[in-house]
Write a protein that binds this ligand. Structure first.
Ligand SMILES: *Cc1c(COP(=O)(O)O)cnc(C)c1O
Length: 366
């Protein structure tokens, strides 16, 4: 068959191991997954109430244009309805953008390490991938700018960055956007937007108004706690969004996902609480790292990447045996580190106590 040549070398996305599998493999009663940056506090209780009390006709296709959700998000953000593109998670938006703008002969610029889906989709489209190493765990916008040439189609800025959790300061972003050629699309992936507390980040919505070549991506999967439903969206100028609309699959958000996203959006109290609890969790981890002299990156997200002073695969395995799933830095391009999503306070305490034991056992702590 005539598969694209590049497909032959590719593998499907490797998610963190599912809880049930780890339970079986190690005979554990309880397994805590701190690997995929999901919200440990679940989602707004109003969503569960809504699902219990709503009768939906499953035989009918969803509204492909997600009109009700569109109205809700446009009001929430203060943008026009036609400035929004909805996807089955931002993963879908990344695929749509890549499909629309990437092909053999063009290139795309991204930080390294950063979110894997940018390069994954670029590879499928046969575009050249230009990875620019992070500087102190942060995007090196100067080097990224230097990587741009007349064949550059998309620059991805993961802000805050996954897996380091670091932000791009507004000052730097502003200077970067000013000089990037107008034919180059700059995508700001703000999957962790709600968690940001550092004033060095400033809301980026106005950049969409100033620059036609800027698109912002946000999602209901992280702080809103709706990863199961797959709802993400992009914000851009109307004529740019209209170029992406034909690439979108006709019914890429389900009926139920559109409805619960609206309910979740209305409950900003839940988001506020989530952010407060996340801040407390962050302090737990930072204190642990400081106490043991482990390097960590200042996170503006619900996860933290920190040093384990030994092979991160070993720590990943040893923690899994004890009922904790994390991400090994080896899988993320940051060997010697692990990425841990914050859990509930109780989960974090248990995790850090267990980790301390494992690190001592491995001779990583004195
Ligand atoms: C989790 C994540 C996404 C994907 O989110 P979905 O909306 O669930 O597809 C996108 N970008 C980054 C940086 C993420 O961490």
């Amino acid at each position: 068959m005539k598969f694209k040549e590049q497909i032959y070398g590719m593998k499907a996305y490797q998610p963190g191991k599912p809880i049930e599998e780890v339970q079986k493999e190690f005979g554990l009663k309880e397994v805590i997954k701190l690997a995929s940056n999901e919200n440990p506090f679940g989602c707004s209780p109003k969503v569960k109430e809504f699902i219990k009390n709503n009768d939906i006709n499953y035989a009918i296709y969803p509204d492909g244009y997600a009109q009700e959700l569109r109205t809700a998000v446009s009001k929430h953000l203060g943008v026009e309805e036609n400035q929004l593109l909805f996807g089955s998670g931002s993963d879908d938006i990344i695929a749509i953008i890549s499909r629309a703008l990437l092909y053999p002969g063009v290139n795309t610029v991204m930080a390294d390490p950063s979110f894997s889906q940018y390069s994954h989709n670029a590879e499928i489209e046969g575009a050249e991938i230009r990875k620019v190493p992070l500087k102190d765990g942060k995007h090196d916008l100067e080097k990224m700018f230097e990587a741009i040439d007349e064949n550059t189609s998309i620059v991805w800025i993961c802000n805050p960055n996954n897996p380091t959790g670091t932000i791009v300061a507004d000052e730097e972003l502003s200077a970067f956007l000013k000089k990037v050629p107008k034919e180059v699309l700059v995508v700001l992936d703000e999957a962790y937007f709600e968690y940001i507390t550092d004033p060095a980040y400033q809301d980026t919505l106005h950049y969409v108004e100033e620059y036609p070549n800027v698109i912002i991506m946000r999602t209901f999967s992280k702080a809103y706690g709706l990863a199961a439903f797959r709802v993400g969206y992009a914000i851009g100028q109307a004529d740019v969004i209209s170029k992406l609309e034909p690439v979108r699959a006709p019914f890429n958000n389900t009926v139920l996902s559109q409805k619960v996203a609206i309910v979740a959006l209305e409950d900003q109290e839940f988001i506020k609480e989530t952010v407060e609890r996340t801040e407390r969790a962050k302090r737990q981890y930072e204190e642990f790292c400081k106490k043991h002299g482990l390097k960590y990156y200042p996170s503006q997200t619900n996860f933290i990447l920190f040093e384990v002073k030994t092979d991160s695969d070993v720590i990943f395995q040893e923690m899994m045996k004890r009922g904790f799933i994390v991400r090994s830095g080896n899988a993320l391009g940051t060997p010697g580190f692990i990425r841990v999503s914050f859990g509930t306070e109780e989960q974090n305490s248990k995790f850090l106590e267990t980790l301390e034991g494992v690190l001592k056992e491995q001779g990583a702590l004195v």
